[in-house]
Ligand binder design. Structure first.
Ligand code: ZN
Length: 318
């Protein structure tokens, strides 16, 4: 079976967009690789943070919807996003996060990995996980030195009311393999495992269903090589009785969406063409980029969006 290749991007819901920029580009030092709008709701930004080139597997994206209530963690929802950081860097990160007032929950260990749990300014549960080897493209203008920078998405954690159907789907449709169990979390890996290819699932039969909101994960996108690979996986998804959307052209990649049997929204996203398709690599993220069908409304859209300060200026907590 031609399995998915690991995480492509993760999309979450934020509150105030400037606070989102300040945290992800400022405190975490990621590069904003695209500043666009939600294609279904152009009055809302869609902000993309990644490594210097927006490599697939490094991209965390946000819809800032401050008017929504807070997310409710629950079943059928991703409940944590894990980012890869270099081995031995959690001391640096713990200090840096504290200096800028982030909510840090402390060090722990799981599946042989050292991890630091924290929340972003809008309550999104994050973990920084130390990894040994992880290719990425450092961002020279990051406030974080290259040898300490975030390497990309490491994995995600989801809660499910019932594990059995989700496990079967992950294994038989997407090509994951079970890779152990610890503290009630069952780990699945794909494409040989390793950083960026990890999904941890916890069965929570008594928990309420989760609900999207500020500080929640909207969807997990999995990498497919190209259009043909996407079609192959899409067919398997449809055969499994889950209804995938048609292919939607997101311009920087092509997307297919569906809910896995437990309810988590998944996407299949192609590796190409990438974020430099409509902007110079040097200028990524510095201007508002609109899909062609919205260009005619640029003036009205820009006027409705809040101004963003990027790169951000950060004040340490006294
Ligand atoms: Zn997506």
């Amino acid at each position: 079976m031609d399995a998915v290749l690991g995480l492509h991007h993760i999309t979450c819901i934020a509150g105030d967009p400037q606070e989102n920029v300040d945290f992800y580009a400022g405190v975490l030092g990621l590069r904003m690789v695209k500043r666009s709008v939600n294609q279904d709701d152009p009055t809302t930004y869609h902000l993309f943070y990644a490594d210097a080139q927006g490599s697939p597997g490094t991209d965390l994206t946000f819809f800032p919807w401050p008017q929504l209530p807070p997310a409710r963690l629950g079943t059928g929802l991703a409940v944590e996003v894990a980012l890869a950081v270099p081995e031995g860097s959690l001391g640096f990160w713990g200090e840096r996060l504290a200096r800028y007032g982030a909510a840090v929950h402390g060090l722990e260990s799981a599946f042989g990995e050292r991890r630091l749990r924290l929340e972003d300014p809008h309550g999104l549960p994050l973990a920084l996980v130390e990894v040994v080897e992880r290719a990425f493209v450092p961002w020279d203008e990051s406030p974080v030195p290259a040898d300490l920078q975030v390497r990309g998405l490491h994995g995600a954690r989801v809660w499910e009311a019932s594990l059995v159907r989700t496990e079967r789907f992950l294994v038989e449709v997407l090509g994951f393999v079970p890779a152990g169990e610890e503290d009630g979390w069952r780990r699945y890996t794909v494409a040989g495992g390793g950083s960026g290819c990890v999904l941890d699932v916890q069965e929570k039969p008594l928990a309420s269903p989760g609900r999207w909101g500020v500080g929640g994960v909207h969807h997990l996108a999995w990498r497919v090589r190209d259009d043909q690979h996407q079609q192959e996986v899409r067919h398997r998804v449809a055969w499994a009785g889950v209804s995938p959307t048609p292919v939607i052209d997101r311009f920087w990649f092509k997307s297919v969406y569906f809910r896995e049997p437990g309810g988590v929204l998944f996407e299949l996203a192609t590796d190409g063409p990438g974020f430099a398709v409509d902007e110079d690599l040097e200028r990524l993220g510095t201007a508002l980029v609109l899909p062609p069908w919205l260009e005619g409304e640029r003036a009205r859209i820009e006027a409705a969006l809040p101004r963003l300060r990027y790169p951000p200026t950060l004040e340490p907590v006294p």
